[in-house]
Design a protein around this ligand. Structure first.
Ligand SMILES: *Cc1c(COP(=O)(O)O)cnc(C)c1O
Length: 435
């Protein structure tokens, strides 16, 4: 299987090359040359297969011969070795809880898969890879955790000081080993700008082999298909589910759409967004127009120029009618998000966090039009990851899961830097000299 650049000005590459470089030399996103169709045999039998087996069968055609079968099976088993329960909220709505992984967010799946692939690819190479990532919270913790102890790979995370939740900060700053947290006295946008500058800097790239770990990387994007099958495995209703996905950079929903195009029995998708409504705008005008991101309480979806939308268009051959048939859109305000959290907690005794609440509200809007449908919302993080927001809405503390209690005993270690590229460069250069 080859991957081509969506800018069409770079040669096609295999999975290994696409995973190592992240982005094509022409700055395009890599896209698989075809979407392998699921066999009838698979569709008949996947409900009784293990999570690892499903993962392997789904991803193997994309990986091709770049990772040997036994190794890929091991990577798949390790990637999904936690629970993905489907919980019933009420008669029409279920929640697929994607927060039972080590950092309590769905990004664990992509990060765990990608880190293990890069670990495999870096074997036998004498050059260390440096993964550089800017985070508003969830990405950094999942990437740090996924790469912890992976030989041949160093991870440097930039996060905005004081702008991530307590538990997110602990997840970023207490790991040590090959993980370094840079605490930037600035905003998430500052962090992202500095990372972009690093990728464009010639001297740095001569010294270091820099890799990004965001969802444009196919090794992080494609494994996100796995849990759509785990949802279907647990689905006992007689009609196919509608799946509502809280979307920011559109990596998650785009992976679900790959599974759909491959033949997964899903009825329809809802792309649930916060005030950042680029997709709604596209549905209405057929145009993709980036905007400056506006801050919301579902801040992991504050994206003004969603990178994966271009993949979504490619999946459907830019056919606007087809896209409207498969995906409904919505844009949910902070006020309605908060109201949804409060209401669902009161009436259903189910605690949503802001991103899941956006998906829930989006699905209820869809049900108003199609009252007989049933569906699944993706709950992408544990409420404790956004407890500062949730606490205020429900007027109660959010209980810390037992599995996270150890974090509060660890010591935070970060390097404080100003939001200036020179400081990042100096740090990276000195790290390079040490080696
Ligand atoms: C990253 C994130 C999202 C958005 O996912 P995309 O793949 O960027 O659309 C939604 N919810 C949470 C909790 C996240 O961390």
């Amino acid at each position: 299987m080859l991957f081509y650049s969506l800018n069409k000005k770079s040669p096609s590459v295999n999975f290994r090359e696409a995973a190592i470089t992240g982005q094509a030399p022409d700055k395009g996103l890599y896209f698989p040359e075809r979407i392998p169709q699921l066999s009838e045999e698979f569709l008949k039998t996947f409900k009784s297969k293990s999570k690892g087996e499903i993962a392997y069968e789904v991803i193997a055609p994309f990986v091709g011969d770049t990772i040997p079968e036994a190794e890929l099976r091991r990577i798949c088993d390790e990637t999904v070795n936690f629970d993905f329960p489907l919980k019933k909220i009420n008669d029409s709505t279920y929640s697929l809880e994607l927060f039972h992984g080590p950092t309590l967010a769905f990004k664990d799946v992509g990060a765990r898969f990608m880190s293990r692939c890069l670990g495999y690819f870096s074997k036998g190479s004498d050059k260390k890879a440096t993964v550089l990532v800017a985070t508003s919270g969830d990405t950094g913790s999942a990437v740090a955790n996924g790469f912890l102890g992976v030989e041949g790979v160093d991870v440097v995370i930039l996060y905005p000081s004081g702008k991530v939740s307590k538990i997110q900060e602990l997840q970023l700053t207490t790991l040590g080993k090959n993980i370094t947290a840079l605490e930037v006295q600035g905003t998430f946008d500052d962090c992202q700008t500095m990372v972009k500058q690093a990728f464009a800097d010639e001297t740095l790239n001569k010294q270091l082999s820099l890799t990004s770990a965001n969802s444009i990387n196919v090794a992080r994007w494609l494994p996100q298909q796995f849990y759509y099958f785990y949802a279907l495995q647990q689905w006992k209703e007689s009609t196919r589910p509608v799946i509502s996905v809280p979307s920011g950079n559109f990596g998650n929903i785009c992976a679900g759409l790959v599974a759909y195009v491959a033949g997964a029995p899903i009825n329809h998708f809802v792309a649930a967004c916060n005030a950042n409504d680029i997709f709604t705008n596209y549905i209405e005008t057929e145009k993709l127009v980036p905007k400056t991101a506006v801050p919301t309480i579902s801040n992991a979806m504050d994206v003004g120029n969603p990178s994966n939308l271009i993949r979504l268009l490619e999946l459907f051959g830019n056919n606007h009618d087809k896209i409207k048939e498969v995906i409904s859109n919505c844009s949910v305000s902070d006020e309605l998000t908060a109201e949804t959290i409060k209401e669902v907690y009161k009436t259903e005794k189910y605690l949503l966090e802001p991103h899941g609440a956006v998906a829930y509200y989006g699905f209820q809007q869809y049900l108003k039009k199609y009252p007989n449908k049933k569906g699944i919302i993706l709950e992408t993080a544990h409420p404790v990851k956004f407890d500062d927001v949730v606490k205020k809405i429900i007027n109660e503390n959010v209980e810390i899961p037992k599995s996270m209690e150890y974090l509060f005993k660890l010591e935070k270690k970060s390097i404080k830097i100003k939001p200036h590229f020179d400081q990042l460069k100096e740090f990276l250069m000195s790290a390079a000299v040490v080696k």
